[in-house]
Design a protein around this ligand. Structure first.
Ligand SMILES: Cc1ncc(COP(=O)(O)O)c(C=O)c1O
Length: 397
């Protein structure tokens, strides 16, 4: 069986699983995990949950109660569709804005243009681990009473001017799902610097998050341990048909409001031992592709902005012609390198949100023409060179 490099990955070993098993008997483990992640983002950890979206639901419910009468949540039209499920679950209205072709994050004028008296919050998504550099300008111009929530799901460890993302808004949430920078299979955490808001958030979390249940937790533990094999390129080729069946390719119909677990917290703490090395690798690999691909015609990559330090969860590449994208996917597949389309439709094509098909043209274009490449710590230099040579060959033909 041929080796196969997966689109997401982290150096996970049986030692991490052993640490996770030991953590089941440690009542202080979640507190220690929260403190470590809080240190990474220099924020105050508030609570953990079963997923990033469970955290988002708690944040939205808290804000909805604090700012009654405000019902709209502003977010970019090209991002994770599950965010819309979370917004609707809490009974709020998603309001979209277009994205920028410079950094593939929200267009600042688009965000500010839809703010009104009904706006509850702006969701500042740092897509692909690339910090939304316009967050500073937008935050400054937001009317008082409009909250900025940072979605750091893909961007744990990213910085702007040396300041970790998560510190620019009023509150932030993070994801530890299997595709993220700290993959504990699933999980999420909230941080804020506002002590009063932290109290409300904690109360809401206690009120609405339920324990996950023994059977579901046991299955989680097995799947978490399976990450050791799933991320290993030698095993991934063999296990891929099975793993494909567990991939979440559809939009979830609901968000489970459940708690995190000691096992996953212990697993995460163990993974954090190689955190710095993993961040360096993501940055190095991402910058290598960014430099090599920005020199090519007919493809574009996010522009390098001054002071912005991404962590590249994946490397987004936009093809002028979608047929090039299809060819690259096939050739990379032949070379044993998995690439991924990420979101194949913008949010207003997935959900009926009251928009026209051709609204948000940049988001529509990206959904059709964007491919993501692996840059995680298990990617080797020869893999990067292969990605560049395949893309160069296709777009130059
Ligand atoms: C940008 C973004 N926000 C939020 C989420 C939700 O995180 P989770 O899967 O932990 O619920 C994701 C996950 O895919 C994401 O990519």
């Amino acid at each position: 069986v041929r080796k196969n490099l997966s689109i997401v990955g982290y150096p996970v070993g049986w030692r991490d699983v052993a640490m996770a098993v030991r953590a089941i008997g440690d009542p202080a483990i979640e507190g220690r995990f929260m403190a470590r992640v809080g240190d990474l983002v220099q924020g105050q950890s508030v609570f953990t949950a079963h997923s990033g979206n469970a955290c988002f639901c708690v944040i939205l419910k808290t804000l909805k109660e604090l700012y009654s009468g405000r019902t709209e949540v502003v977010l970019p039209a090209y991002t994770a569709p599950s965010l819309i499920v979370a917004i609707r679950k809490v009974g709020l209205k998603p309001v979209l804005c277009d994205i920028s072709r410079d950094d593939f994050n929200a267009d600042p004028d688009g965000v500010l243009g839809v703010i009104c008296g009904k706006t509850l919050c702006v969701l500042a998504v740092h897509m692909f681990g690339i910090p939304w550099c316009n967050i500073i300008k937008v935050k400054r111009e937001l009317p008082s009473g409009v909250v900025m929530v940072e979605d750091g799901a893909q961007a744990l460890g990213a910085r702007i001017n040396g300041i970790p993302v998560g510190l620019f808004g009023d509150v932030a949430f993070w994801s530890f799902n299997r595709g993220k920078n700290l993959p504990t299979l699933s999980g999420g955490m909230v941080t804020t610097f506002n002590p009063a808001l932290a109290v409300h958030l904690r109360q809401e979390a206690v009120a609405i998050l339920r324990p996950r249940g023994l059977l579901k937790s046991a299955v989680d533990h097995l799947k978490c341990a399976a990450l050791c094999l799933a991320f290993d390129p030698a095993w991934y080729g063999l296990l891929r048909p099975v793993i494909e069946r567990f991939k979440e390719t559809c939009v979830p119909s609901d968000i489970s409001l459940e708690t995190y677990s000691r096992f996953r917290a212990g697993f995460g703490l163990s993974l954090l031992d190689s955190w710095e090395k993993s961040l360096d690798a993501r940055f190095r690999n991402g910058r290598y592709l960014q430099d090599a691909l920005s020199a090519l015609k007919r493809v574009s990559v996010p522009k390098e902005e001054a002071g912005v330090m991404p962590v590249f969860n994946r490397m987004p590449v936009v093809f002028e012609q979608s047929r090039h994208l299809d060819q690259v996917v096939c050739l990379l597949e032949d070379a044993g390198i998995e690439s991924s389309r990420m979101y194949v439709r913008p949010l207003h094509h997935i959900f009926d949100l009251g928009y026209q098909e051709d609204d948000f043209p940049n988001a529509v274009f990206l959904a059709k023409n964007l491919l993501t490449l692996p840059v995680h710590p298990l990617v080797r230099q020869e893999d990067l060179d292969r990605m560049v040579s395949v893309i160069r060959k296709v777009v130059m033909e």
